[in-house]
Structure formats: structure tokens, C-alpha cells
Design a protein around this ligand. Sequence first.
Ligand SMILES: NC(=O)c1ccc[n+]([C@@H]2O[C@H](COP(=O)([O-])OP(=O)(O)OC[C@H]3O[C@@H](n4cnc5c(N)ncnc54)[C@H](O)[C@@H]3O)[C@@H](O)[C@H]2O)c1
Length: 346
Amino acid sequence: MRVGLAGLGRFGKLHLAVLERLAGVDLVAVCDPRPDEVAAVTSRNNAVAGFSDFESMLDASDLGAVFIVTPEPLHPEQALAAISRGIAAFVEKPLAMTAAEGERISSAAQAADVPLQVGFVLRFDVQHALLKSQIARGDLGAVVSLRTKRNVSKAWFPGFGDRAHPIHETAIHDLDLLLWYAASPVTRVQAIERNLSGMRYPDGCWALLEFASGAVGIVETSWFIPAGAPANVVTPTWRGTIDAEIEVVGQTGTGRIRLLDAPLSLWTPDYTAMPETGLWPEIAGAVAGALREEDAHFIARVRGRLPESTASVAAAVAGLRIAEAVIASAQSGESVEISLPDSVSF
Ligand SMILES: NC(=O)c1ccc[n+]([C@@H]2O[C@H](COP(=O)([O-])OP(=O)(O)OC[C@H]3O[C@@H](n4cnc5c(N)ncnc54)[C@H](O)[C@@H]3O)[C@@H](O)[C@H]2O)c1
């Protein structure tokens, strides 16, 4: 399959390392307005054409699928540009910055019968998927309470503080996981945010969610982790800490995941690290783990080998509705109700 990749930043480079080695994938085009990043790929692989403009790449490359790993505000127009040309679109999270835009992309993909997947990589992580399967088979009983934390390195915030609200940038993963685990829509939220950095978006956000099932969710996310914290993201271009936890309490059992509990420790002259090994471990230039599974899953769907996606687009759109309500609540100080969808499979 002829595949293109847009965005060669921190995360685009990880997808690049996967796509260059994924069986059945012919990476034929990359796109980024930074010529040095494009040249770094095309100069070592002359089968890949380089572009600075997204739509020019789509029009010139006869693609079966495109991976969109660009800054968040660009996702809607790029996803719609791919879908309108019948090109399957993998869009990194968040799918969009508003629920209305997310619905528009989802409807366009359905109407055109074009595969669409949002980059919720945690659904492809062994631990998170195992927790889902334990919940689904009833080992924890009915879900009563869910708590998530996703606190990340302060040093990364300047790259994101003018780009996206933390509920869209970091906690959007948790909203997706909470919908997946609770298997119920959220009907009401109450939230608080803080802006200590003075950038466009706040650097901390906390929310209380009420699910239609009666379950209660607590979400915490902030960008306050100091440089001295043990790193668990350790790639050649990207180092820092994601201190993430999730706990699901059911009527008969509890499930818990802590991202900083990785068994591997590294002490070097420059840093102390406990590299996370499940999401995107980089080994001799190759990237494995959940990111590889996620990309392979999307390609299998585009080939028609899988009827349904593990990463539900309906859940991605429902997550955007919750995110919007969280921001409205944080700004007004009031709780915000969310109207129930007709029927959604999370
Ligand atoms: N799933 C995850 O866990 C995860 C982790 C990190 C980032 N992400 C997502 O990946 C996406 C990219 O994040 P990042 O950290 O790599 O950002 P980044 O700023 O490091 O990289 C973005 C790249 O996109 C390029 N770009 C800008 N405009 C473009 C355009 N019109 N067409 C093509 N490329 C363009 C930039 O030049 C840059 O190289 C974001 O949506 C982010 O939320 C997901």
C-alpha cells in the first residue's frame, strides 16, 4: 500500500520509523514545511518523495493511506482533504479542537466509506488492553469509579502552550480510556483550570465526570514536572516524563496501571531514566510496541482485513464533546451537562 506521512516532528519521526519497516507498507511520500526534516528522510531513501505542502503530496502521490502527525489545529482541514480524495486517514489525537469539527470529519469518512482512525495509542498497549478485557469479562464487576492522572514535563509546555488546551493535548487520552472502560457516555462535568505559565492555554486542568451508568470519573492533567524527574520517554529526539496513572474501581475488583513503574532503570552522566517500554520502544532505529500495533491495525483496516477499529471514531468524537464541556465548566465555574448520544459503541 502506498502511504504518505505528514509531520516530521517528535512524534512523526516515531511513526516514520514504524512505517519504514511495516510489512506491506510502501512509504512513498513525506510532507513537512521544514525542508531540513524532509531532506533528512528523502536523502537516505530515494523511494520517498518530499513535499512542503500537504495537498500537493495528496495530489501527486496516489496514496492509499496518509498519516497526519501535524500540529493539532491542522488536523480537521488535513483529514477532510484526505477523505475528500478517498484516501484513508490516520489522524493523531486530538481528531479536532471542537466536537462539531470532529463530527464533520467522522460523517465525511462514513459518507465516503473511507477508513478513519484517531491516534489513541493506549488502546493498543498490552496493559491498557488487558485491563479492558478484564473489565469486559466482568472480573471487576460493574464500574463504579475511575481516576486518571497525566502529568508531563514542564520543559515540553512551550511547544504546546499556544497550540492546544491540556484537555485536548494530554487528557484526551484519558477521556478516551474512561469511555472505553466505563462503556457509558458522560452526562455532566465540573472542572477547574490553572494558568501558571501565562501562555495561551492553561497548564493544569482537573475535572469530575458523571457517566450515564452512574460511574464517577476524576481526571487530572498538568505540565509541572521538573527536569530532575526520572525520564520515562527516552528517544533520540525526545526525552522527559509522562507521569500517568489510571485506576478503575468496580463493584468486585480494582484495576490499576502506573506508567512510571517500568522495570528498566538507566543511570547515565546526563540523566536518570526508567524508560517506558510498552508504547514506542526504539530499538536500533526500529520502533515497536503499541505505536507499531496501532499503525499495523490501521493498515489492516484499510486493506479491509478488519471490520471494526479497536479505536472507535465515535468515542473520539464523544471525547471531544466532554473536552468542550470541561473547558466551558472550567471557564464558567458551573457544572456543564452533555446531551446523550442516540447510541454509541465505545
Ligand atoms: N499519541 C500520543 O501519545 C502522542 C504523543 C505526542 C504527540 N502526539 C500528537 O502528534 C501530533 C504531532 O505532535 P509533535 O509532538 O510531533 O509536534 P511537533 O511540533 O514536534 O511536530 C509537528 C511537525 O509538523 C510539521 N508541520 C507543521 N505544519 C505542517 C503542515 N501543514 N503539513 C505537514 N507538516 C506540518 C512541523 O514542521 C513539525 O515538524 C500532535 O497531534 C500531537 O498531539 C501524540
